[in-house]
Design a protein around this ligand. Structure first.
Ligand code: 5GP
Ligand code: ZN
Length: 107
């Protein structure tokens, strides 16, 4: 067991507003949304950042992107447009060190 915040959310130890619970990835609403739609798409596997992806993680990266597209469709923002963002390490604005993809849009 680790005390990573997103691992705790995934284990159900901390509340989050989930929009998806998949086999390999989950998605929940960002607690401090930067836009009307701001979701975090998170692999169940604890991976620190993009820098730490292993060869075996290629399917996870694919799942993150396809899930983002699907959730953008469900949120009705796929036509108007949206941003997908990975912050990588402190200099890249990352401060939760469990890989996650931001889906931002709906302005
Ligand atoms: P980062 O800067 O690491 O890419 O993004 C972390 C994101 O997690 C931020 O947008 C922040 O608002 C969000 N966040 C931080 N703590 C929590 C939390 O406890 N619950 C949820 N749902 N989001 C969080
Ligand atoms: Zn974690």
């Amino acid at each position: 067991m680790n005390d990573c915040l997103f691992c705790r959310i995934i284990r159900g130890e901390k509340q989050a507003d989930f929009v998806l619970r998949g086999d390999t990835v989950v998605a929940f609403k960002d607690i401090r949304p930067q836009a009307p739609v701001h979701l975090l798409i998170v692999p169940r596997k604890h991976i620190r950042s993009i820098n730490d992806l292993a060869e075996e993680d290629r399917p996870i990266v694919s799942d993150l992107l396809f899930t983002a597209r699907e959730l953008a469709r469900e949120a009705g923002i796929h036509q108007s447009g949206f941003k997908l963002l990975f912050n990588v390490e402190r200099g890249g604005g990352q401060y939760i060190f469990h890989l996650h993809l931001h889906l931002i849009g709906g302005w």
